[in-house]
Design a protein around this ligand. Structure first.
Ligand code: FE2
Length: 505
């Protein structure tokens, strides 16, 4: 951009005043690029970032909110704290700082609150009033001043176990969050030093029968390593089992499967590449591998078996039937994230469309050449699989998905695997749907009997709302809408936690 003399003098005067106010140092501009494809996705004007911590007592509610819907709907997502310096402004959305939000449902009322995770990264940038971290999971691109600062963003998922609320990002240990105030209690929680892996999944699983939480860390001995540490945590919050296994190569292991008998990982060709600025690159010369091990064992029995090309990342459900293992995920035939580089081919939007797939392996057979993969519903594409979380480790019947219907917009689809049918709620083409979570109608309710909740963004109205659907017929539309005056914070995942599963506030 060229300045005329008059403009230049005005700018110079502003600059001089800023210099004086700043004690002689140059003033950094806090402004995100307008391009929604850049880091910050256009900034505040497009709703790409929120950056504002909010407290709203008694949200407006339209419709009839069930008075017995008692619990906490937690969400988290990457909400860029500062624009990146120009050389890193093409960094990916996934690198934004974790911002947790809470819709607290009680007695027909809903209170809203949101807070950033106050981890070391957030504190360093807050003090500096600028971004100090470079590309996604790329330590070498970070500012010299933060080379020893943990770069954990805690922006992917929120999980509750043993009265603790975790904010999670798979490249770091969890952060502990106060479930009522959302203030950060511990930004590098290691179970009292008992957890030694450098990383911790964003997708733990809870076993309602034993009260255990199962989790794992991959790249557990440092970025680029193939080491996986898988653990369980007892009702008392202490690690009660730990095993180490190795992946066939270092790649994204975003979710996993836990059944009553088995634990499984799916290695996919989104592989670690040292030359990639954003850690991963799609390498179609590599094969997907399914690794299944005995739950509670030492990990030496893990069997890795190759299978058809796919990129699957979220578990809908999994179970074991004797020695036969089954795992449903949403997955595509190729890379589904166009923002990661390709090593040998180009992003293909058709191959990138995901559908619900069922992976299986018969472990009673001594020789298994390939794992099996079946596409369950060829007519439904989508992402962000969920289920009734009380069935995380058991055979299950119902699943949920954010589905995509072209010009008709998005939907929330509920699958009935027993009947192999599905029903979809569609809010209209102008709404952008976040992941939906399931809330049981009451304690002990039948599987998937209750409510489906999630945030819908309405870009034309520049605001968001929580839609509450009855799972008896989601096509009937929301029974209630919890209305925010502006846009909700960005979200990757969320969770419904019944009121009796949290300590009193
Ligand atoms: Fe995820």
């Amino acid at each position: 951009m060229k300045f005329g003399r008059r403009q230049f003098m005005t700018q110079a005067a502003v600059g001089a005043a800023a210099s004086l106010a700043g004690g002689g140092t140059a003033q950094a501009e806090v402004l995100f690029p307008k391009d929604p494809n850049k880091f910050g996705r256009g900034g505040s004007t497009t709703g790409g970032v929120s950056r504002s911590e909010q407290t709203l007592y008694d949200c407006e509610i339209e419709g009839k909110l069930p008075v017995d819907l008692d619990g906490s709907f937690f969400r988290v997502g990457p909400d860029a704290q500062y624009p990146k310096s120009q050389q890193f402004e093409d960094d990916i959305f996934f690198d934004g700082e974790g911002h947790v939000s809470l819709f607290q449902f009680k007695n027909g009322h809903v209170d809203f609150r949101s807070r950033y995770v106050k981890n070391d990264r957030w504190k360093a940038q807050h003090a500096a009033r600028k971004s100090l971290f470079g590309y996604y999971r790329n330590r070498s691109s970070d500012d010299a001043s933060v080379q020893d600062v943990r770069r954990a963003s805690h922006n992917t998922h929120v999980w509750v176990h043993a009265n603790r609320l975790y904010a999670l990002k798979e490249d770091s240990p969890p952060a502990l969050i106060n479930p009522h105030t959302l203030e950060t209690i511990d930004s590098n929680y290691t179970f009292g030093g008992a957890y030694t892996a450098e990383t911790f999944t964003a997708h733990p699983k809870n076993d309602p029968e034993t009260g255990e939480m199962f989790a794992f860390g991959y790249e557990a001995k440092g970025l680029g390593s193939t080491d996986i540490n898988v653990i369980s945590v007892g009702r008392d919050g202490k690690i009660n089992w730990s095993a180490w296994v190795n992946a066939p190569y270092c790649c994204m292991l975003h979710d996993f499967a836990v059944t009553r008998r088995h634990i499984a990982f799916l290695a996919i060709p989104m592989a670690y590449n040292k030359a990639s600025p954003v850690h991963w690159a799609w390498d179609n010369t590599k094969q997907p591998w399914l690794g299944v091990m005995r739950r509670g064992g030492d990990g030496k029995d893990i069997r890795w078996v190759p299978g058809p090309m796919n990129m699957s990342d979220h578990t809908m459900g999994s179970w074991s039937d004797g020695d036969r293992f089954f795992w449903d995920m949403d997955g595509a035939d190729g890379n589904r994230f166009p923002f990661f580089p390709h090593l040998h081919d180009r992003f293909d939007p058709v191959k990138g469309q995901a559908r619900v797939r069922r992976f299986s392996m018969d472990l009673s057979r001594k020789s298994v050449r390939n794992f099996d993969m079946e596409v369950l519903y060829p007519d439904v594409t989508g992402a962000l699989s969920r289920q009734d979380d009380r069935y995380n480790v058991d055979p299950y019947r119902y699943g949920f998905l954010v589905s995509a219907w072209g010009s008709k917009g998005q939907g929330w689809t509920m699958f009935d695997h027993q009947k192999r049918t599905h029903r979809t709620f569609m809010p209209g083409p102008d709404a952008v749907l976040n992941e939906a979570v399931f809330a049981p109608r009451r304690k002990g309710a039948a599987e998937a009997d209750g409510y489906l909740l999630g945030v819908a963004h309405l870009p034309k109205e520049n605001r968001s709302e929580v839609l509450v659907l009855d799972t008896q017929d989601i096509t009937a539309g929301p029974i209630a809408r919890v209305i925010l005056p502006g846009r909700a914070t960005p979200q990757i995942h969320g969770n419904w936690i019944p009121g009796d599963q949290l300590p009193p506030g």
